[in-house]
Design a protein around this ligand. Structure first.
Ligand SMILES: Nc1ncnc2c1ncn2[C@@H]1O[C@H](COP(=O)(O)OP(=O)(O)OP(=O)(O)O)[C@@H](O)[C@H]1O
Length: 634
């Protein structure tokens, strides 16, 4: 590439090891105060926290939508802490003399339930005592008879009489026979309102059940009321019912949940149709809970519309944030986060300031967005614990920077392991090429999961349309839709610089060896480069890899996962990567990695082509045409 054509400057990536301001003075996290209340421990979700506080006050339902590990269940628990405990209640189930199959339900203030059951137990004991006296009396009479008339016949007769008495007594019911009620919900001694996590619960667990009774006839059976089991909706009475992935509940269960929310009572019946429990149906059992439902964006489409509308009408919907701005205030919150994770874990030592800096740096890196910190705090908490374990193993009093760095290296998610395997595999079979140049073949970059990059080779062939009708876009590989869109965007650009409609050609695009889970939406500049190269017959340098989204105007738009993609390129042996200018500040590389790669941030497609295409007369002529045609080029 000639000097006059050189685009931008290779980016000097940020390095680890520089000190970082944290917005608070401390030498170890031992000095950081961890708030007592869970709601004050929730970090970076200010809007959600406000909503939870209001909803707790006003008894409103809440739908939390967002990515895993951002604090949804934590918010549910925090809400339970905010609810009053004075009006907690116990629920008892009594036998119904009029209809055995409809046990009666009674609600009493917390702790009274136990007393009531105790009273009934005492009474029942009295009746049992009478039976024992009768048996003792009969035995006494038998002994007397044997004493007065000691013969084999008397003894046998005596034994027979005792056995018959025992059988009779066990089947004997007093006219007012005492049946002890069952304490269905016991809230005695609770210091917090209940928090019940019903994620993934089956119908019986969620809505309550009546157990099957194998001895239901012949007087040996267990009374119906004793077989009644409360559901999670009942146990959450006056508390919080938390359900993650709410849309995975069957529609029937969602419908029942809705009824329970409307009525604030729900009878318990046997859930298994063939069992004797199905004949039993209690009176309605109170279930006045606040629903905190959670899920991802898909949930909104899949959840029962009536349930969603109930929450919307009588509650709040919140979108959980995945990043927060990288301000001193927010870094300070991350310091608090590390301290509270240490306290919660209870087994790991506190962190030194250096170690916390490294956690904050990891939060910057994981945000995948310039000037932001990640809020996927469960994963970050995983690093905190892993670093703690490493320090414990080394017998240290505090967790130090090196322990955090080691934990980060070790915490290789499954996707990253898979990505490494792809790269190894592809290199072995020469699917990834890192030398020479080739027409129509480009090294794209993609991510699997959130953190793992892979090199994604793409090939394109362009030929005049086989039929007289319009040409076709033929895409193979798993990322068909994305490739089609990319081809459509590039066709707008080609039309302008070439003055020719791309529809006269058949365009074949193949993503070589793609696998499940690969996200290719940022592959559009790669597809465009492959198609233009194939159309113009100009080879693409194979030591270059690229990522970026293409607009119809030829702009290169930002993508996610810049750092893992560059890391994948480095591991594959690529020497140059092209990334969108807007992602420039998202790149964090260790010093040794940074030395192995040249990074070019670009803004327009002509800049991509300038770097990626092999330098020759044809290329210079092409760039001239593109730059004249596209107003955006510089
Ligand atoms: N916003 C946050 N503030 C503080 N800690 C958090 C936050 N988000 C997550 N954590 C930490 O991660 C752990 C797991 O979070 P939580 O279970 O609430 O996530 P979630 O959004 O409910 O995820 P999932 O949907 O997968 O259940 C918490 O116990 C806490 O340690």
């Amino acid at each position: 590439m000639g000097d006059e054509e050189k685009v931008g400057e290779a980016l000097a990536p940020k390095e680890y090891g520089e000190s970082l301001e944290l917005g608070v003075e401390f030498s170890t996290t031992e000095e950081i105060k961890v708030p007592e209340k869970l709601i004050d421990q929730v970090i970076g979700q200010e809007h959600a926290v406000e909503v939870i506080k209001t909803a707790a006050n006003q008894k409103r339902h809440v739908l939390l939508i967002g990515e895993p590990g951002t604090g949804k269940s934590m918010l549910g628990q925090a809400m339970a802490e905010l609810l009053p405990t004075e009006n907690l209640e116990d629920v008892l189930v009594f036998p119904n003399p009029e209809d055995e199959n409809m046990p009666k339900i009674k609600t009493v203030p917390a702790c009274q339930g136990r007393r009531i059951v105790e009273r009934y137990r005492e009474k029942a004991k009295g009746q049992e005592n009478i039976k024992s006296y009768i048996l003792l009396f009969v035995m006494f009479m038998v002994m007397m008879a044997i004493f007065m008339e000691p013969s084999a016949t008397t003894i046998l007769l005596g034994i027979f009489v005792v056995i018959m008495t025992m059988v009779a007594l066990s089947n004997m019911r007093f006219r007012n026979s005492v049946l002890i009620p069952k304490l269905l919900i016991d809230n005695c001694g609770r210091t917090k309102a209940p928090f019940i996590d019903a994620t993934g619960a089956h119908a019986g667990a969620l809505l309550g059940d009546v157990r099957h009774d194998p001895f239901q006839s012949g007087g040996l059976g267990t009374p119906a009321h004793e077989r009644v089991e409360p559901g999670m909706i009942h146990r959450a009475h006056k508390g919080v019912l938390f359900i993650d992935e709410i849309a995975t509940l069957s529609l029937k269960m969602q419908q029942s949940l809705l009824t329970a929310m409307q009525e604030k009572k729900f009878p318990i019946t046997g859930q298994s149709e063939m069992s004797s429990g199905a004949m039993v149906r209690t009176e309605p059992v109170p279930c006045d809970f606040i629903l905190v439902a959670a899920g991802n964006l898909d949930t909104i489409d899949k959840m029962h519309p009536a349930l969603r509308s109930r929450i919307r009408g009588y509650g709040y919907e919140v979108y959980m944030r995945t990043t927060m701005p990288d301000t001193l205030e927010n870094r300070k919150k991350l310091v608090q986060f590390v301290a509270q994770e240490v306290v919660r874990d209870g087994k790991i030592p506190h962190f030194t300031r250096d170690a916390v800096e490294e956690i904050v740096r990891e939060a910057q890196k994981r945000a995948g967005r310039k000037g932001h910190l990640t809020l996927r705090l469960r994963d970050l908490g995983g690093i905190v614990r892993a670093a703690g374990d490493i320090a414990v193993k080394k017998g240290k009093k505090y967790v130090e920077r090196e322990d955090v760095l080691e934990a980060i290296r070790m915490a290789k998610p499954l996707e990253k392991q898979l990505a490494d395997w792809y790269i190894e595999n592809k290199k072995e079979y020469q699917v990834i090429r890192t030398e020479g140049s080739q027409v129509g073949r480009v090294n794209g970059l993609a991510v699997i999961g959130e953190q793992s990059g892979i090199v994604l080779p793409i090939e394109a062939v362009v030929a005049p349309a086989a039929s007289k009708e319009e040409g076709k876009i033929i895409v193979t590989g798993k990322l068909g839709e994305i490739a089609k869109e990319a081809v459509q965007n590039v066709s707008a650009i080609i039309k302008r610089y070439k003055g020719e409609d791309i529809s006269r050609y058949d365009i074949h695009v193949q993503f070589l060896q793609t696998y499940e889970g690969v996200e290719g939406d940022s592959a559009s500049i790669s597809v465009a480069t492959a198609v233009i190269s194939a159309l113009e017959g100009i080879p693409i340098r194979q030591d270059v890899a690229m990522t970026g989204s293409l607009s119809v105007l030829g702009e290169v738009l930002p993508i996610g996962g810049a750092t893992p993609k560059i890391e994948a390129a480095i591991e594959a042996g690529i020497k140059t990567v092209i990334i969108p200018k807007a992602n420039e500040k998202d790149v964090f590389l260790s010093k040794d990695k940074a030395e192995r790669i040249e990074i070019f941030p670009v803004e327009t497609i002509d800049q991509v082509l300038e770097i990626a295409l092999e330098d020759n007369e044809k290329k210079r002529e092409l760039l001239k045409r593109i730059r004249e045609a596209l107003p955006l080029s510089i």
